[in-house]
Design a protein around this ligand. Sequence first.
Ligand code: F6P
Length: 360
Amino acid sequence: MTKRIGLLTSGGDCAGLNAALRSVTLHATQTYGWEVYGIHQGTAGLLEDPIGYRKLTASDFDGRVLRQGGTILGSTNRGNPFAYPQPDGSVVDRTQEIISNYHKLGLDGLIGIGGDGSLAILRRIAQRGEIPLIGIPKTIDNDISMTENAIGFQTAVHVATGALDNLQPTAASHDRVMVLELMGRDAGHIALHSGISGGADVILIPEIPFSFEHIFNKINSVKKNGRNFALVVVAEAVQREDGSPVMIEDTKGSQRYGGIGHYVAEKIEESTGAQTRHMILGHLQRGGEPIAQDRVMGSVFGVKAVDLLAEGKEDRMVAWQNRRVVDVPLNEAIATNHMVDPKGVFVETARALGVCFGDQ
Ligand code: F6P
C-alpha cells in the first residue's frame, strides 16, 4: 500500500529548509513510491478549513527552490495550538482539530522540521494523536541538543561574517568602533562563530558574564597598539550589568530581544571617547540564499528522516554527530538547550587570538 506522509516546517524560518523539503520529497516519492503532503504554515495548515496543504512532487523542486531561502510551505512561530489565542484574549486547546485533520488527510506519518520549541509542541501532539513523528532540527540559533548542527546556522554565521567584512572598512575609514548585534536567542553560537571568522575584538555572549571595565580596556589597548578601529559583536540575549535583558515590545505587547548593541555602543563611546556606531543585523541572518553547508545538511537530514519512517521508527530526531547522521530520542533532544561551552574549543580559540569576552 502506498504510504502518505505529512511534511511541515515550524517555528522561525531559516536558510536550508527548502533543501530539506526537497530531500524528503525526492527520497519518499522516488525511492519508496510514497505520497508527500506538505502542510502550510506549520501546524496552522491543519487548523484551516479547508485544510491548508499541497501535494509535493519531484517537479516542485526541479528549479530554483533548492537555492531559495525561507520555506515554500510557510511557517509560524506564533499560535501554540495547546494555547491558541482567541480574539477576546483567551486561549483554547486546538490540538484535537490538528489530530483529526491529520487523520482526515490519511497520513501515515509526519516529518516536522523545527527548533526545540516547535519540536516540543509537535511531539506533544504526536503523543496525543498517536502520530509517528520524526523531527529534523533547524534553527539559526543552533541551540538544539544532541546535534552539532541544525539547518540554518551556517548561513546565519556566513551572513553575520559578511556584515563584519562590510563594517570593517567603514570602521577603519572613520576611526570608529562598530558594534554588531546578532540573533541567537539565549545562546551565543552565531556571535561566537562569526566573531571569530569576522575578526572581532570583543565578543559578548550570554554564557559568559562580562564587566564593562574589561571591554573599555580592550578598546583602549587596540587604540594604543596603533589600530584605529575596533569590531564588537554582541549576542542579542546579553544582559545589562544588573542582569536585565534589553527587549523590544511589539504592538501586541509581546517582547523579543533587541537593543543590547545600542546599549553597549553608548557605554563604549562614553567611557573610551571612541566614536561608536551600532547595528542590529536582525532577520538578514534568517533570509537569503542558503550556503552549501545548509543545503547539504538539509539534504542529509531529509533522506535520513524518510528512512527512519520507512524502518517504522517514530519519536526520533535526526542529528549530526561526529561526521555522521544519526537518530536520537526526540524527548532527550528537546529536554535541554545546547549552549556555548565557555571552556570549549571555540571560546578557547577566540581567547588565543586575543578576543575579549568581557570577563578578563
Ligand atoms: O529562533 C530564531 C530567531 O531568529 C532568534 O534568533 C530570534 O530571537 C527570534 O527567532 C526572532 O523571532 P521573530 O522572527 O519572531 O522576530
